[in-house]
Design a protein around this ligand. Structure first.
Ligand SMILES: CC(C)(COP(=O)(O)OP(=O)(O)OC[C@H]1O[C@@H](n2cnc3c(N)ncnc32)[C@H](O)[C@@H]1OP(=O)(O)O)[C@@H](O)C(=O)NCCC(=O)NCCS
Length: 164
């Protein structure tokens, strides 16, 4: 069955999902719906037509403080920089290592690009959960902020990469 991508809804089963990162799995099961209701994060899920979630990501508006960015990235920005936060992104273990991480990341970034046609953001931001996740994001054009687990990518670069 092909994978279906949808905004999180009441009919989705969040209990089976297992990415190998317990905090990412429990956030989906316990907090994603509450975050949705309070408009703290929007979550999008993949399933195989049966509603059982096998991948997800969450997006939220964010503000970066200019001083916390390397100068090469912050040049030309205001003190407080509008951004979009890729708050979580994960595949069920059975889907990992097949190139689908790149596919779901491209989908998430595509939604960010669409959103920023209406509400401006200069960067997309991720907080990597571990070094492997950081390498995954670096592999996809994100730049690490030294001394942190945070990575950012300019929306202009994201847009150019998705247009290729
Ligand atoms: C992170 C995650 C989404 C990556 O998905 P994946 O299916 O394992 O990765 P893919 O097979 O799509 O790999 C995509 C590319 O990134 C690279 N990549 C993936 N994981 C990597 C890693 N740990 N280190 C370096 N590169 C990595 C791959 O080499 C691949 O390169 P290619 O496009 O040139 O072939 C997935 O492993 C996952 O859900 N992990 C658990 C949850 C998690 O850690 N999420 C991140 C939260 S911050």
């Amino acid at each position: 069955m092909a994978l279906v991508s949808e905004a999180l809804g009441d009919h989705h089963d969040l209990t089976v999902f297992a990415s190998g990162q317990a905090s990412i799995d429990s956030w989906l099961a316990q907090h994603a719906r509450g975050a949705e209701a309070r408009r703290v994060a929007r979550t999008f899920v993949w399933h195989r037509g049966d509603g059982v979630v096998v991948a997800y990501y969450s997006l939220a508006a964010h503000v970066l403080v200019k001083d916390q960015l390397p100068r090469a990235l912050s040049r030309g920005s205001p003190e407080r920089i509008p951004a979009a936060l890729l708050a979580r992104l994960a595949l069920d273990r059975r889907l990992q290592g097949q190139g689908l991480g790149a596919v779901i990341l491209a989908e998430a970034l595509g939604r960010v690009v669409e959103a920023t046609k209406v509400v401006a953001a200069r960067f997309v931001v991720v907080d990597a959960i571990d070094d492997g996740a950081a390498r995954f994001y670096e592999h996809h054009g994100f730049k690490a902020i030294p001394g942190t687990m945070r990575l950012v990518q300019k929306l202009s670069d994201v847009t150019a990469a998705l247009d290729q």
